[in-house]
Design a protein around this ligand. Structure first.
Ligand SMILES: Nc1nc2c(ncn2[C@@H]2O[C@H](COP(=O)(O)OP(=O)(O)O)[C@@H](O)[C@H]2O)c(=O)[nH]1
Ligand SMILES: [Mg+2]
Length: 346
């Protein structure tokens, strides 16, 4: 069976099999990605990140359902969910729990859910997630939700993959909001305080807003369509959001277990998409993302190609000379690459 043709024709079995090949970086998977690439670039990628237990999977479930049953009579979107959990290297508790929470979506042909566990090498996680997302994009999913645990560079990288990133917080959960990484706040397009039924929600919101102000001091005076009751009218809110051409991350409250706050959240997500499209920011992000991907790929391939031409013994010898301080690292590179000097711009 030609899996690529199957994926383009919307066959789920072909999709599941091809994703496995891509996830495992198999030669067939690489070849398929080459063929599928021209079909990508259409999906809206939505990242959902935050600490474990904040309710990301519950929210993803609600968002997916909302896209399947739009209230305003628009046709339903095709939705894919990619749940990445590097903390569970085996498909154990966390992923099983996700499957239970995603149960409502099972059986809907317009929804595809895939869990990815880390395969050891953390560096490879964002790479394989990006590749899986490409396959889903080519398969014609309109919305791709990517759930990641918000900790560490790898998750930040995955969030950068997304067009719209939701950072999910919850009151009382390791309530040390100071510990929210500045990096995480900087990647947030929408801040969600879930579990708003829990005590301490005001404190969490206050702490979040002041942290946000530190992260985006120049932006705080500008209105946004996700706020101030305008959330139900993203289009009406647009001019405000576009004031000064900057996006102010709205802070929203939800109670996932009661499906409360979902309409406002959906409006904010769609408003952000409209903002990206209207300002040209969509193209800018796409350009940056592809440039980063190309650079990383070039680095990896250049090193791999160079490594094929050098013997283990030669490399070992150079490292030994480094260890004995006979060589500096830069001199070692010059020697290994047979250069008079490393380029100034390296
Ligand atoms: N009280 C309350 N519990 C919630 C809410 N949202 C999710 N939960 C519960 O919190 C737990 C963790 O949710 P989950 O979606 O798996 O969080 P994740 O680890 O961030 O994906 C589950 O038992 C949910 O039922 C909420 O808004 N309020
Ligand atoms: Mg989860």
């Amino acid at each position: 069976m030609d899996l690529v043709a199957g994926v383009l024709a919307g066959e789920r079995l072909a999709l599941a099999r091809l994703i496995t090949q891509v996830e495992n970086d198999m030669p067939e998977g690489r070849e398929a990605l080459n063929r599928l690439f021209s079909h990508t670039g259409k999906a809206h990628l939505i990242g959902v990140t935050g600490s474990p237990g904040t309710g990301k999977s519950s929210l993803v479930n609600l968002i997916a359902k909302a896209y399947r049953t739009p209230a305003d009579g628009r046709p339903p979107c095709k939705v894919a969910v990619v749940a990445v959990d590097p903390s569970s290297p085996f498909t154990g508790g966390a992923l099983l729990g996700d499957r239970v929470r995603m149960r409502d979506l099972a059986g809907d042909p317009g929804v595809f859910v895939r869990s990815m566990a880390s395969r050891g090498a953390l560096g490879g996680l964002s790479h394989s997630t990006a590749a899986v997302v490409q396959v889903l994009d080519a398969a014609g999913f309109d919305k791709i939700l990517i759930e990641t645990v918000g900790a560490g560079q790898s998750e930040v990288d995955i969030a950068r993959l997304a067009h719209t990133t939701l950072v999910v917080e919850a009151p009382g959960l390791g309530d040390d909001i100071q510990a929210i990484k500045a990096g995480i706040l900087e990647i947030a397009d929408i801040l969600v305080i879930n579990k708003a039924d829990r005590p301490g929600v005001e404190n969490t919101e206050r702490a979040l807003r002041s942290n946000l102000e530190l992260a985006h001091p120049e932006r705080m005076h500008i209105g946004s369509c996700g706020r101030g009751g305008k959330a139900n009218q993203p289009k009406a809110g647009m001019p405000e959001a576009l004031d000064g051409q900057v996006w102010v991350p709205p802070v929203l409250r939800t109670i996932a277990t009661q499906a409360s706050g979902v309409a406002e959240l959906m409006a904010a997500i769609e408003c952000h998409l409209a903002y990206l499209k209207a300002t040209g920011e969509w193209q800018t992000r796409e350009h940056e993302r592809l440039q980063t991907e190309l650079t990383q790929l070039l680095q990896a391939v250049l090193v791999a190609r160079w490594r094929e031409g050098v013997s283990d013994a030669e490399l070992r010898d150079v490292v030994t000379r480094l260890q004995e301080r006979e060589l500096s690292p830069l001199k070692a590179v010059e020697q290994l690459l047979d250069l008079d000097a490393v380029p100034e711009s390296y």
